[in-house]
Design a binder for this molecule. Sequence first.
Ligand SMILES: Cc1ncc(COP(=O)(O)O)c(C=O)c1O
Length: 408
Amino acid sequence: MSAHDAYFSQLQAALQKEGMLRPSLIVDLDRLDHNIDQAVAIARQAGKALRLVEKSLPSFPLLDYIARRAGTRRLMSFHQPFLNLDAQHWPDADILLGKPMPVAMAELFYQALQGEFDPQRQLQWLIDTPERLQQYLALAQRRGIRLNVNLELDVGLHRGGIPEGEAGVLMLRELLRVIAEHPQQLVFTGFMGYEPHVAMLPRLFGAPARLLAGAMATYQARVDQVQREAPELWAQALAADGQPALTLNTAGSPTYRLHDQEQVSNELAIGSGLLKPTHFDLPSLATHLPALFIATPVLKCVNTLNLPGIGWLPQVLSRLGGRGRRALFIYGGNWLAEPVSPAGLAPSAMYGTSSNQQVLLAPDDVALQVDDLVFMRPTQSEAVLLQFGDLLAVRGGEIVERWPVFTG
Ligand SMILES: Cc1ncc(COP(=O)(O)O)c(C=O)c1O
């Protein structure tokens, strides 16, 4: 009897055929296609563009694959070395920073920039405070360049940016004033308002629809303020002549599907939800399929857990902790991941964990042998994707490509 269901048995056979008896990361392209198509359908229905969250999908072949199927060249970048790679690899990309970069990193970006990518037409820096805007203004003056400024809005996440309420009105007024006074150095290109709390908070804090309505009301008020107080900056952003198109960014995987009705934003960000690691097992992503798995071989099987130590205590604890279970030592471990196949695998709190040979306790009847594989689902994609070397792209249960991941 196989320890795995048909899906994981087929994956195991494919990896064993290739001799992949080390920890590896699998992207299921059939499932990825399904998830991409979901996102494309929602964006199309809402009349919005999709922007791919590069940190959550840090592999160019993976990003290329998704971008081609989704028909987008928009990226959201979060890390200066990756930003330089994006510009080099995707010279036609439209890139928005997803977090405010220390100005020293922005300067390094320009120093390291190679190739055709034209930041003045294709790159928006994210600015969260008047102090940072002054730093970027100084950078633009120093280098004799013009920078596109996208302003970070706090629409309820409370992770910084232009705050809600009257304080936000004053801060935005100040930011717009500085931009308007320095047209040779600074250009207003839009807003970014990220709102994962809408889907992540317990219901006690408010229903998603109500939280989203609140977030988008804040967003709308900021848009109205620019139109009212700086109509020439708004008109310039709309005209988008020699600069990126007006970018009113919002959402992320947990919330993108909730934006089908609102009329404020013009693009939705998405990354992790296309692979659906376990943190994205949310009601709002119920129709997405898990498409990312760690596979790793069993190195040793023992029929009972044996805790180290002498005397009766370790023996009693072993019996209690390992009752009815076999102990499997796997190749590697300690990843941000949860065992998924065979069913019933669990780490041992008593034995502890290991990045070298982690123990997993398995129900007694799990027929797993040395060199069989166990499968896990990463809890998140961004860190885990960088830990296994090339991704194994699988279609129809066969490995079809090997995709390098980002380094930097
Ligand atoms: C600004 C911003 N937008 C969007 C996202 C969504 O990314 P994902 O779809 O991978 O959750 C994130 C994630 O951290 C973010 O910081």
